[in-house]
Write a protein that binds this ligand. Sequence first.
Ligand SMILES: Nc1ncnc2c1ncn2[C@@H]1O[C@H](COP(=O)(O)OP(=O)(O)O)[C@@H](O)[C@H]1O
Ligand SMILES: [Mg+2]
Length: 382
Amino acid sequence: MANVRLEEIKRRFNNVTAIEDITFEIPDGEFWVLVGPSGCGKSTILRTIAGLETATSGKLYIGDRLVNNIPARQRDVAMVFQNYALYPHMSVAENIGFGLQMRKVDRKIIQERVMNVARSLSLDHLLDRKPKQLSGGQQQRVALGRAIAREPQVFLLDEPLSNLDAQLRDDTRAELKQLHQELGITTIYVTHDQVEAMTLADKIVVLNRGRIQQIGDPQTIYASPNNQMVATFLGSPPMNILPAIYENNGFDVSGQLLTIPAVVKKLQLRHGHSYDLGIRPEHIFINEPPSGFTVAYGEKPSYSADSPSRQEGNESQLIVEVKVVEPLGRETLIRAGLPGSAVVLNIQVGADVRPRPGDRLSLQLDLNHLFVFDPKTGDRIL
Ligand SMILES: Nc1ncnc2c1ncn2[C@@H]1O[C@H](COP(=O)(O)OP(=O)(O)O)[C@@H](O)[C@H]1O
Ligand SMILES: [Mg+2]
């Protein structure tokens, strides 16, 4: 096992800078997730750590050893890709043991390790099968098993679950987490899926356009994003962004005036200037029952008037028009538009709240959870 340290790593392809100024240190045994939209440089970072790519500049250490000029096979890392390549003519057992066989490990030890790995991945009843006799999920587990059997110092996983269907992805994700808890091998996991990032990571590194946006544990990044990109990337449905103009006594949002909490007044925002307001779906409540609403289950609709996070004087109203209602079983997701504008809000409410398209709703925003962003830079002001 080993820590992994990147110092100002940069990678340029001809005149395209894929990644720049990438600096972080992963302590021994931790599980870090690199997350960001497609093309942001995740795979380039991972491939650079693996030694499949060479940094244009910067320093890379694995276990305090500078490895910039160490070839991939001497770095003692194991990488698993989205498109797992198993050897079709080999059995599951042979595939898992392949890396060990290449290194001429004793046959007995190979057998033992293959068995242990297969057991921990629930593959032990499939050891004699060929890859084409396995489901996609099983094949990917074999690919993981091959990497694990090598007992590397560092695991590098590049979107390893992306090819699996939803149920299998959830299951395998949980298995991966459990496996890491058992083995404690330093792991770097790349994904564009924010749910995977939130659920798996000790620390998340959010990337955009080749640069680090924020590093932190999932809860901190969710609750306290540095900028609008991070704020809207993590969370599903994403944080709502409302373009607003700061006026003397509040924010003008498409002609509706939001009163603002005292903390905003202290920010010394500039009058007549534009700002982007951010509020998460779970911090918006329906103020009063809409006309013609239906209570689908239970007696009392769960308008969030009783919500513990409500505080007198720290909320503000907004009138919206319901566009789409999505019952999700445990809750209902409402997409509603601000009259006279193209802005659409996502609102999460109780399962028993079922307004109809066209209904007008009066919303309460919990301003304890209001974010203010600079629309030019995306930086968070509040
Ligand atoms: N071999 C390459 N040649 C030229 N450009 C590349 C190469 N590999 C990656 N890039 C570019 O670098 C950027 C980051 O790519 P990548 O690391 O694959 O992103 P991600 O994995 O986050 O989707 C992209 O703009 C991509 O087009
Ligand atoms: Mg990639």
